[in-house]
Design a protein around this ligand. Structure first.
Ligand code: ADP
Length: 416
């Protein structure tokens, strides 16, 4: 057969071919299998020289049943289900070959039995009946076979579509369930966090008073009786004073940490002013350690002024505390990064191993013993909490050469 070119004139097209094209265009728009069989049957009965169309298939028990018959007629369905015809249908279903035979219902019909394949199996048979006993032309049979192919392919498509829809609906159900579970868990977490915060706040607040009494009296004891009791007693009193001081630091830090849960007023503040506040609080440590703290011009940000100062104080305080052999040199700067300001606090201190870089932001996580570097392990967790509550993030990277650089971001826009 010669290959056609796009410009070749195909008209006049034979009427049967025309009807087949119409059916093909029509069938792709159908949405359900039931609908499709019904409509295809009617379409054939109207547009083709057929007098009736029926679809038959085996039921669960293997009996042949008629799923659609157009037009509906009890004498026709009876004739289709009669012994001989049922055998032909069973044969076509088994072999997948086309057959034709005469059906007496009540006048004789010449019927074509066309296998409809789904997923490579003859799933059903399309019967097309024509009045009279003369055989159906080869051309018409070819077109019927093509229609049976179209019906099979469309059935497969509709089946996959409906399976897909079922899976999609199931998936949506799962997503909905999970979302509900998640929001329940989130609410539960929020509630228990709140409880915990209230507990931490109440506990640290209530502990302050008895601790103040212990510290006060033990200092009194130390002043009055130092050197008057034996050497052991002096040492023990020293331990108590030391322990009371540490506990007081811990309680103050815990209290500061639990206070972050409460919202603090945010306004446009100067980064430089917050840094100056922090440096004023750190004056003694800076002088003691001959530290030099430099900074570039810092931007204005939407933040709570005390909290930004608290962050600088913790980061610079650590940079001084964890210094190396040389006097601490600390530099603070900031630059724009998309919708954020990115601040950097760099030092020339002992540095932090990369594998510890995440751990140090967790509460009570310290990399050194108390004897070497005092501290509570709360400072960085507090910074992280403040920064995240403002929509930013904090991390640390090794400094160029030595030391560390702590980065934190602050959204440029005002919080909602
Ligand atoms: P603290 O300073 O009270 O121990 P932090 O939460 O502020 O607690 O810091 C946690 C740990 O991170 C510190 O114990 C220290 O090991 C490490 N760290 C923090 N800042 C620095 C720094 N600038 N250089 C080296 N190590 C640091």
């Amino acid at each position: 057969m010669k290959k056609l070119k796009p410009g070749d004139n195909l008209s006049p097209r034979p009427e049967l071919f025309e009807a087949f094209i119409k059916l093909a265009q029509y069938i792709v728009r159908l949405k359900s299998k039931q609908d499709m069989l019904e409509h295809v049957g009617k379409f054939i009965a109207v547009h083709f020289p057929a007098d009736w169309v029926a679809f038959v298939k085996p039921d669960d028990k293997g009996n042949v049943i008629i799923t659609h018959c157009i037009p509906q007629s009890s004498s026709l369905t009876e004739a289709i289900l009669s012994g001989d015809i049922r055998n032909i249908i069973a044969n076509v279903l088994e072999s997948g070959f086309l057959a034709s035979d005469i059906i007496h219902a009540p006048g004789p019909y010449m019927a074509a039995f066309l296998p409809v394949y789904e997923e490579n199996n003859p799933e059903k048979v399309m019967l097309i009946g024509h009045k009279g006993e003369s055989p159906v032309s080869k051309e018409l049979l070819d077109i019927y076979l093509a229609i049976a192919g179209l019906v099979g392919a469309t059935s497969e498509r509709l089946k996959s579509e409906s399976e897909l829809n079922r899976h999609r609906a199931h998936l949506e159900e799962i997503v909905e369930e999970r979302t509900a579970e998640l929001s329940r868990a989130k609410a539960e977490l929020e509630r228990s966090n709140k409880d915990l915060e209230q507990f931490a706040y109440a506990a640290s607040h209530d502990l302050r008073e008895p601790l103040r009494i212990i510290a006060g009296f033990v200092q009194l004891l130390s002043r009055r009786y130092k050197g008057k009791l034996d050497a052991d007693a002096d040492e023990y009193i020293g331990f108590i004073v030391d322990g009371a001081n540490r506990m007081s630091n811990l309680i103050n830090d815990l209290l500061a940490y639990s206070r972050v849960a409460a919202a603090a007023p945010v306004k446009k503040i100067s980064g430089n002013a917050a840094l100056e506040n922090a440096l004023a609080n750190l004056r003694a440590a800076i002088e003691e350690n001959s530290a030099s703290v430099t900074h570039s011009l810092l931007p204005e940000v939407y933040f709570n002024e005390n909290r930004l100062a608290q962050i600088f104080q913790n980061l610079i305080g650590n940079a001084i505390k964890f210094h190396g052999d040389e006097p601490p040199r600390i530099h603070v700067c900031a630059e724009a990064a998309g919708g954020h300001w990115c601040f950097a606090v760099s030092d020339n201190g002992i540095g932090i191993a990369r594998e510890q870089a995440d751990r140090i932001f967790e509460i009570f996580q310290r990399l050194h013993g108390m004897d070497k570097y005092p501290g509570t392990g709360i400072g960085l967790a507090l910074c992280k909490r403040i920064i995240e509550s403002r929509g930013g993030r904090i991390w640390v990277e090794p400094g160029p050469g030595r030391g560390s650089v702590f980065y934190f971001t602050v959204p440029k826009g005002a919080p909602e």
